[in-house]
Design a protein around this ligand. Sequence first.
Ligand code: NAD
Length: 250
Amino acid sequence: MRLQGKSILITAAGQGIGRASALACVREGAQVIATDIDATLLESLASEAQGLATRVLDVRDGAAVAALAATLPALDGLFNCAGHVHDGSILDCDEAAWDFSVDLNVKGAYRMARAFLPGMLEKMARTGGSGSVVNMASMASSVKGFPRRFVYGTTKAAVIGMTKAIAADFARQGLRCNALCPGTVDTPSLRQRIASAADPIQAQKDFIARQPMGRLATVDDITPQLVYLLSDESRFVTGQAILVDGGVSI
Ligand code: NAD
């Protein structure tokens, strides 16, 4: 198993890509700590997989993040998955919307990495093991521009910058940091975006039309890349923004 013996924490693991990632990591032998802001979603996840621990965690709550890091044994892997899609241009994005997206999408990953990196680095130095941080970015508007993704693209581009900075600072110690940039993935949040469009049927067609492969990604199209980045198979890969986008960015 590709993640045997590794302790891996995942944020936003209650549904969508985070949930599928938690289940994929368990299947590959990891000890997974699945966190999410929503306790009910975590209960349902825990009923699906054995050997998975859950903790309620809002990544916008710095004190809660620090408290969790202080109580858990050091990690081998961290997947910062939490993020929010704001729909609109700069003219639709007031300061409250800007602050919310930056706080969740960028500062959430910063808080997590800052809280958990010292333990990971100490464990690596003590055991000679490896450490991997994966940050969830996106293809949309951070790599390829799309309409109505102003603050989303801004935050996901910041996540890519943060990823490269962490990778550069800790490469010598063997800690790797990469960003995952999916295309459009069929998740509960995407379904919400489609349902809230003026014409949901057209909205779904439009999402699919921009995919050269002619379909949306499923969560299971994304998790193999995550498992690879968390595993030692990717031991020479760091500081990369890795696209899993079905060819959208060709
Ligand atoms: P989703 O909406 O289906 O799930 C999001 C999860 O985040 C939920 O379980 C929710 O409870 C949790 N959450 C919300 N606020 C939180 C907080 N403050 N702290 C902790 N957890 C919180 O999401 P998804 O579509 O699977 O997206 C997951 C990540 O992948 C996001 O960062 C998103 O930007 C990114 N992404 C998604 C797509 C896509 O098309 N779905 C594409 C590229 C990148």
